[in-house]
Ligand binder design. Structure first.
Ligand SMILES: Cc1cc2nc3c(=O)[nH]c(=O)nc-3n(C[C@H](O)[C@H](O)[C@H](O)COP(=O)(O)OP(=O)(O)OC[C@H]3O[C@@H](n4cnc5c(N)ncnc54)[C@H](O)[C@@H]3O)c2cc1C
Length: 472
C-alpha cells in the first residue's frame, strides 16, 4: 500500500488477493512509512500514521497479514522491501502518477526478482482508457460521459468480510522492526522533520474519520453543494466535503464516494439506466436527478481526473511551467517584464504579511488548518503570480507552500490546481492585463463583492488568535 492505504474498495488489494489465491501463495500486505520524503512534517506523518492504526484494526478484524513498517533513526527502511519479497511470486502496488511514487516503483522493479504489478485505482475509469490528456474540463467531461454510456466502470469489492479471506495462507510473521509505534506522540518527537509544521487541531487521518466525514457530507451538505460550493466559509459552514486529504492518502476510495452520493441523492433508487443518454458533457444532468449531486460528481470525477490524466500521460513526478499551453507561454513572454505593483518574498508570503487582507486570511487558513477553501485557493495562487518577480518564482513559492502545509498536497491536483492559476485548462480572457496578459485575472475586491466574507474572516481571526506558534 503506497498511495491507496485501505483494504475495502481497493483494486490493488483485490488483485493481490486474486493472485495469492491463484498461486496458492501467502498474501502479505506491506504498508511503509519512510521519514525522508519531500516536505515531510509532523502534520503529514501523523495523518498517515492515524490511517495505519485504522488499517491495523481492520486487518485484525479480517485476519489479514498486515505488516506496517515505520522508519525511525533506530529502524532504517533501507532494503526492507527487497528482503521481505525475496520469496514472493509477485508484488502488487499502486500506480499513482505523481510525487515520489512513480520513481519508487521503477526502482523497486529494478531491484526485486519477481514481477511488480502497479494497479491503477486512481479514479472510477482507468486512466489508460483515454488516449491523451485533455486540454480543458469540458473536453474530458464528454470523454468520461461517453465511457460511462458504453458501460459502467468495473468497481472492485467494496467491503470485505472475514469469510472472503478464509483459505488464504497467512502464516508468516514479519521480521524484527515491523509494527506501529505504541505511543504516537512520543514517536513523532523522535523524528527530525525537514519542515516545522504541527498537526492541525481537530483534523484526524484514517479511514474511520474519512467514512464519518463522507456520511455527514452526504446527509447534511450535499443538497447545498451546487449553490454553496464556491462561497468561502469555515469548514463547518461550507457546502464542500473536506474529503481531499482522505482521497489523497487513499483512506477513502472514489467508488465509495460515488456510491454514497448517488444512494442518498436518489433515495436508494439509482441504477446505471439513469445516466443521461441525451447529452454527454452535460454537467448539470448527467449522473442523477439532483443537480447538486451532479455538480459534486463533476468535481470529483472530471476535475480530479483532469489532473491525474495530465500526470498519467506525462509521468514526471512534478509538472513545471513548460507544461503550460503555447498561448499562455506567449502571453508570459510578452508580459514578463511588466512592472509589479507589489513584490513579496517567500518568507513574507509564508507568514501572511502581504497588504491584502483576503490573501493573508487564506494563507493563515492553510498554515493553521492544512486546508484552504477552493475559491480562496484560486485567488491565493493568482495573487502570488502578480506579486513575484518572475512566473517561475511564483510557481516555486506556490508549490512549496501548498505541499508543505496542505494535507492534500503532493498530489496531481496540487500541480494542476496551481497551474490552473497560470492558465492551464483555461481559455484566454479579455481585456489583456498587466503581468497576466490574457490569462484569467482574479482580485480580492471582486471576491468581496461576490461573497459576504465576514464569517470567513471572523473564522480566520479566531484561528490566528489561538495561535502563538503560527509563525515562528
Ligand atoms: C492553487 C490550487 C491548489 C490546489 N491544490 C490541491 C491539492 O494540493 N490537492 C487537491 O486534492 N486539490 C487541490 N486543488 C483543487 C481543489 O481546491 C481541492 O481539490 C478542493 O478544494 C478540495 O476540497 P474538498 O475536498 O472539500 O472538495 P469538494 O468540493 O468537496 O470536492 C470533492 C472532491 O473533488 C475533487 N475536486 C474538487 N474541486 C476540485 C478542483 N478544482 N480540482 C481538482 N479536483 C477537485 C477533490 O478530490 C475533492 O476532494 C487546488 C486548487 C488550486 C486552485
Amino acid at each position: 500500500m503506497q498511495a491507496y492505504r485501505r483494504f475495502d474498495s481497493n483494486h490493488a488489494f483485490f488483485y493481490a488477493y486474486s493472485l495469492a489465491k491463484k498461486h496458492k501463495k501467502e498474501l502479505i500486505v506491506y504498508e511503509g512509512l519512510r521519514s525522508d520524503y519531500p516536505w515531510n512534517s509532523e502534520r503529514i506523518h501523523k495523518f498517515i500514521l492515524e490511517g495505519m492504526y485504522d488499517n491495523q484494526t481492520r486487518a485484525d478484524e479480517l485476519g489479514i497479514n498486515y505488516w506496517p513498517f515505520v522508519e525511525s533513526k533506530f529502524n532504517p527502511a533501507r532494503g526492507i522491501l527487497k528482503e521481505i519479497s525475496k520469496d514472493a511470486a509477485a508484488i502488487v502496488t499502486d500506480d499513482f502518477p505523481c510525487f515520489i511514487i512513480p520513481e519508487q516503483i521503477t526502482k523497486l522493479a529494478g531491484k526485486v526478482n519477481c514481477p511488480v504489478y502497479a494497479v491503477d485505482s486512481n479514479s472510477l475509469l482507468p486512466l489508460s482508457r483515454f488516449e491523451k490528456e485533455a486540454s480543458a474540463a469540458r473536453i474530458l467531461r464528454i470523454w468520461i460521459h461517453k465511457e460511462f454510456l458504453k458501460g459502467m466502470p468495473k468497481f472492485t469489492k467494496q467491503k470485505w468480510e472475514k469469510e472472503d479471506l478464509q483459505g488464504l495462507h497467512q502464516n508468516s510473521k514479519p521480521p524484527k522492526g515491523f509494527g506501529l509505534p505504541k505511543d504516537l506522540d512520543s514517536f513523532l518527537n523522535t523524528i527530525d522533520f525537514k519542515e516545522n509544521v504541527s498537526p492541525a487541531t481537530g483534523i484526524k487521518g484514517g479511514r474511520n474519520e474519512a467514512l464519518k466525514i463522507l456520511k455527514s457530507f452526504v446527509s447534511k451538505k450535499l443538497k447545498d453543494y451546487e449553490i454553496g460550493r464556491s462561497n468561502p466559509n469555515p469548514p463547518n459552514l461550507t457546502a464542500t466535503s473536506g474529503l481531499s486529504p482522505y482521497l489523497h492518502f487513499g483512506h477513502i476510495g472514489i467508488e465509495e464516494i460515488f456510491n454514497a452520493v448517488l444512494e442518498i441523492s436518489s433515495k436508494g433508487k439509482w441504477n446505471p439506466e439513469r445516466l443521461s443518454h441525451q447529452k454527454p458533457g452535460d454537467r448539470e444532468h448527467f449522473y442523477s436527478d439532483s443537480t447538486s449531486a451532479n455538480h459534486f460528481l463533476d468535481e470529483l470525477i472530471t476535475w480530479r481526473d483532469i489532473g491525474y490524466l495530465f500526470f498519467w500521460k506525462n509521468k514526471p513526478s512534478r509538472i513545471h511551467l513548460e507544461n503550460l499551453p503555447d498561448w499562455v507561454k506567449s502571453n508570459f513572454k510578452k508580459h514578463k517584464s511588466d512592472t509589479r505593483e507589489y513584490l513579496y518574498t517567500l518568507e513574507q508570503f509564508e507568514s501572511a504579511k502581504t497588504h491584502d487582507e483576503l490573501w493573508n486570511a487564506a494563507q493563515i487558513e492553510l498554515v493553521k488548518t492544512g486546508r484552504m477553501h477552493n475559491y480562496m485557493r484560486m485567488l491565493w495562487g493568482k495573487k502570488v503570480i502578480e506579486w513575484t518577480k518572475t512566473y517561475e518564482e511564483a510557481f516555486q513559492i506556490l508549490e512549496h507552500l501548498n505541499n508543505k502545509y496542505a494535507y492534500d498536497g503532493r498530489n496531481p491536483n496540487s500541480y494542476t490546481g496551481i497551474l490552473w492559476c497560470f492558465g492551464l485548462f483555461d481559455r484566454p480572457w479579455f481585456p489583456e492585463r498587466n503581468v497576466f496578459g490574457n490569462v484569467r485575472f482574479m482580485s480580492s475586491d471582486s471576491t468581496k463583492k461576490k461573497f459576504k466574507m465576514n464569517t470567513y474572516l471572523e473564522y480566520i481571526d479566531e484561528l490566528s488568535g489561538n495561535s502563538d506558534l503560527l509563525f515562528p
